[in-house]
Design a binder for this molecule. Sequence first.
Ligand code: AHM
Ligand code: MG
Length: 338
Amino acid sequence: MSPHELDVDQFALTRRDNLTTLQSHILAGQAKHPDATGTFSWILSAISLSAKVISAKIRRARIDDVLGGIGNTNVQGEKQQKLDVIANETLMRCLGNREGVAIVASEENEEPLIIQRQSTRDGRYVVLFDPLDGSSNLDTCGGVGTIFSILRHDSLADTVEESVLQKGTRQLAAGYVLYGSSTVLVLTAGAGVSMFVLDPLIGAFLRVADDLKIPKSGKTYSTNEGNRRSFDPGYQRYLDWAQENGYSSRYAGAMVGDVHRLLLQGGVFLYPPTKKSPEGKLRLMYEANPMSMIVEQAGGKACAGKQRILEIQPKALHQRTSVVLGSPDEVAHVLEHL
Ligand code: AHM
Ligand code: MG
């Protein structure tokens, strides 16, 4: 081939391998909506900035001596880690000055925070998050994560509560950041799931997968089996069945870690009601809903008992729910036993 001839195959390969940052992915999404003002993209970029800051703080946590508890409990009665507070403040600082954010609500704050206090009705979005999920893993260098959910602010709602308490089906976007052996951001804006890895050398999230699909099945279940005796009999029957059928058990102690594994390798995650948490432990609005949206967008299923999680009408910001989510075949196996 002469040097002037175009090697079409090679060109196609180069095109496929083009580097895409989270920023350019977001802008490409925005370009598909000609009437978009860019506000939504700014919010996603604020979340990406928070993820970089939190990731850096976690990596240096032992050196900077910010591990361990602060001696306080949060609104849920759970021990707050120093990094819970740092991650919460980081997200608040990044989102607090973004135009278009009307309300921010977090696991660590009792009440939603009204960002646009003077003119809440001008703010267009509500951002909900769990700043540092699984934070009890921190002291032992285990995986932890940030989970977020973005809703449209209901400008006709009379109260802040009313605007925040929307079903998961109304989420515009959802995602999580896993601070594991690498920092991974998984995002859906309702048209498939994309995955990005933080390249710490250049400080950018690079896209490593687009339109991610969860395996249809996978012989792994994730649950805290220490609670098994207080599970309803249906869940216990499922665990018996899974063990008789050669399933493996994997449990990270951080939902983000477990969901990330099943998204890539298949399986099912269960947090049923227990004696200690009769409604389930996980929070509907900023844990179960965003994770369910991601799993469903990837082709999986997410239920609370037999009800689809995304269709639950929330009654309180910190409402809890039971959770069964993952590969469609595996969720079906659980439901067959309930
Ligand atoms: P957190 O938001 O207070 O960290 O709690 C949520 C976490 C989930 O990430 C995880 O799946 C679960 O709690 C673990 O709970 P348990 O220790 O009861 O198994
Ligand atoms: Mg959590």
